[in-house]
Design a protein around this ligand. Structure first.
Ligand code: ADP
Length: 172
């Protein structure tokens, strides 16, 4: 199971996978961080398709085409804003990852790459966010047997180290 997980440092917009995940906001109309990078790389048709989706609730996910990206699809999810952890943030972050895997499964997508959802501007502590990502990846690999590859894309060296450590803990 754990050989289906890859942890890399880099730019998620460069990956040729069935789907990259966008850490979007509720409007799905674009934003900063990884969201801005994905929209810039995909081109204007992405925001046009997003505009037809009616936004996305926190903890949910919706799929579009990838347009100019090397990835064939984008799964847009909305993670929670961190307010200290007592406002349902862990449940919502679990749900965001879970819904991404469900949407991938529902669309026959077998390789999926994730950024560190909520761990940028939304302020979720990286270590805790990473633990949730790994737990949901483990659950998805047990459930969706067609899944071939889950890539965790770390933007910084610090994030990479946290992901590698957490991977060893969860998949020990
Ligand atoms: P959120 O609002 O959900 O916190 P952000 O986009 O602010 O989303 O950050 C999520 C994570 O994505 C952060 O760890 C950030 O460093 C990272 N990130 C930003 N740009 C990219 C990119 N091009 N590829 C991969 N990860 C990225």
């Amino acid at each position: 199971m754990k050989d289906k997980i890859r942890i890399i440092q880099g730019d998620i917009t460069k990956l040729e996978v069935d789907a990259i995940v966008n850490a979007a906001n509720n409007s799905l109309l674009g934003g900063g961080g990884v969201d801005g990078a994905i929209h810039r790389a995909a081109g204007p048709k992405l925001v046009a398709e997003c505009a037809t989706l009616g936004g996305c609730r926190t903890g949910d996910a919706k799929v579009t085409k990838g347009y100019n990206l090397p990835a064939r699809h984008v799964i847009h999810t909305v993670g929670p804003v961190w307010h200290g952890g007592g406002k349902g943030e862990p449940e919502l972050l679990h749900s965001a990852y879970r819904r991404c895997f469900e949407v991938a499964h529902g669309n026959g997508l077998k390789s999926i790459a994730f950024p560190a959802i909520s761990a940028g501007v939304y302020g979720y502590p990286m270590k805790e966010a990473c633990r949730i990502a790994m737990e949901e990846a483990k659950a998805a690999l047990g459930k969706f047997l067609e899944l071939e590859e889950i890539v965790f894309v770390c933007f910084s060296g610090t994030a990479l180290k946290i992901y590698q450590e957490t991977f060893s803990e969860i998949f020990a």
